[in-house]
Ligand binder design. Structure first.
Ligand SMILES: [Zn+2]
Length: 222
């Protein structure tokens, strides 16, 4: 006798898992080697939508949250499913970021003292080796918890059948973290100043996706 909007069949649910189309919805995407080594980043990472990463109290409420997510018509890859509701390319959930070798292969080294062209500038690295992506994911999980999941739990009655407002909240998250990545790449006078000055304090900062510099080595980002 549930008053909930019925759970839609899998084909009609939100797309919450990575699929191969995500690069097509990444602005300026050419390949992982052009214009420099790079990869496509899910601004709200796919792992944040996994059941075990949805933090609720009591924990059983995560099933309710997932059910709300399913009806929200969200597409984590920015793809064509629910096309009219998704943000256009460049404002959606996908962004291109240089990898670590996007910098090491184009910025000056003792053997090659000049910048190679083209080269990235003031863009956070997607594959740092100091757990930056891991920390970034934790920040996004916290943001989603504070700004979306909690609201759903508290206003269970009010949110019935409000898939659209959940979509809008997720899109606010996309914008928030897209803007953060832009700001973060410019920290500490930016990537070039930090690359050049070996004695500069916290010179890894503009290269980090996270709010700070990762403290420990970790596996590859998710
Ligand atoms: Zn990523």
């Amino acid at each position: 006798m549930s008053k909930h909007e019925p759970v839609p069949p899998p084909k009609e649910r939100s797309v919450l898992g990575r699929n191969s189309s995500y690069k097509d919805y990444t602005k300026s995407w050419v390949s992982g080697r052009k214009p420099w080594r790079c990869s496509a980043h899910h601004i709200l990472p796919v792992s944040c939508f996994k059941l075990h990463n949805i933090k609720c109290s009591p924990a059983s409420k995560k099933y309710y949250v997932r059910r709300c997510l399913w009806v929200s018509k969200y597409n984590v890859n920015g793809g064509t499913k629910f096309a009219g509701l998704q943000k256009p390319i460049g404002e959606n959930n996908m962004v291109r970021l240089p990898t670590k070798s996007g910098y090491t292969k184009t910025y000056p080294t003792p053997r090659r003292p000049k910048y190679k062209n083209p080269h990235p500038e003031n863009e956070c690295m997607h594959s740092g080796s100091w757990s930056e992506h891991f920390l970034y994911n934790k920040e996004v999980q916290q943001w989603l918890n504070d700004n979306v999941w909690k609201k759903l739990q508290e206003n269970k009655a009010k949110h019935q059948g409000k898939g659209k407002s959940i979509l809008a909240d997720l899109q606010k998250g996309e914008k928030h973290f897209r803007d953060e990545l832009v700001k973060r790449g410019k920290r500490n006078d930016g990537t070039k100043a930090c690359w050049k000055d070996k004695n500069k304090a916290r010179r890894s900062l503009p290269f980090s996706m996270a709010s700070t510099i990762g403290p420990y080595k970790t596996r590859n980002p998710v």
